[in-house]
Design a protein. Structure first.
Length: 266
């Protein structure tokens, strides 16, 4: 369902799985991949049957960053994608989750390299799992470049500033265990098990009330930079309407009747 030549899309129950698919290039970002990613985020949010998203890579890699040659486009397919970018010059930033946040939770399943643009996309995901062989890093300064995918803003909000600055200013690689130690990822699993773990987490999310899940995610991001007083006020505005939904009543009934709830987004 959907996708492009460099991005595959499939359903796993109520989870939409987006797979970066340029294994010969360690899934470096191409224009085709960016178009597929953005379409995938939109498709997930538009489909009420989708309750979570997993982002992963094929061939034992997550993403090695931008492929400038591929972004130039080739042939008729490249022309088609260039037309999309011309119509929406912000599309690549939306694809990389810099200027777009899906309503549904996004779980990253990382194996192998997740560096440069890969680490920048990672910062736009909500929950992160990595195999033991995964590597992370923002290498841009080593090449005289700037990590313009959002890292100088987001990274210091997600991990302690001293670790954010070391990653940004040294451009060195980090192992999966190092990345977990500084809080960049949440789980380290045996090599090859990242996708299975991500799908396990997704299943737990999928079993919850979808309106509640989306409201909780929205509240976390909306209140992140607010004062506690303003944040608590905003939380009430997000939270109280959830209690008036049929799904909330169904959750209480299911608990009383000792059965799994059947949520209908109502």
């Amino acid at each position: 369902m959907g996708g492009t030549e460099h991005l595959t899309v499939r359903r796993e129950g109520a989870t939409l799985v987006l797979t970066l698919n340029r294994p010969e290039a360690k899934n470096a970002l191409s224009l085709s991949m960016l178009v597929g990613l953005y379409d995938g985020w939109l498709a997930a949010d538009a489909d009420d049957e989708v309750r979570s998203i997993v982002l992963t890579g094929s061939g034992g890699s997550f993403c090695a960053g931008m492929d400038l040659k591929a972004l130039a486009g080739r042939g008729m397919e490249g022309e088609q994608h260039r037309e999309r970018l011309k119509a929406d010059p912000d599309l690549h930033w939306k694809a990389m989750l810099r200027h777009h946040r899906p309503r549904k939770p996004v779980i990253a399943a990382v194996e192998g390299p997740c560096v440069a643009g890969g680490t920048e996309i990672l910062q736009g995901t909500d929950i992160r799992v990595a195999g033991e062989s995964a590597t992370f890093g923002l290498f841009e300064v080593r090449r005289g470049l700037f990590p313009i995918g959002g890292s100088t803003v987001r990274l210091q909000r997600q991990i302690p500033r001293t670790h954010a600055l070391e990653m940004l200013l040294t451009g060195r690689p980090y192992s999966a265990h190092e990345a977990a130690g500084i809080g960049l990822i949440g789980h380290v699993v045996p090599e090859g098990d990242a996708l299975a773990k991500a799908l396990e987490i997704a299943e737990r999310i999928n079993a919850c009330g979808p309106l509640a899940v989306e409201a909780v995610k929205a509240s976390v991001y909306e209140t992140a930079e607010m004062s506690e007083t303003d944040g608590l006020a905003a939380e009430l505005k997000r939270g109280w309407p959830v209690f008036d939904t049929d799904d909330a009543k169904e959750g209480a009934r299911a608990f009383a009747e000792k059965r799994p709830p059947v949520y209908k987004r109502a």
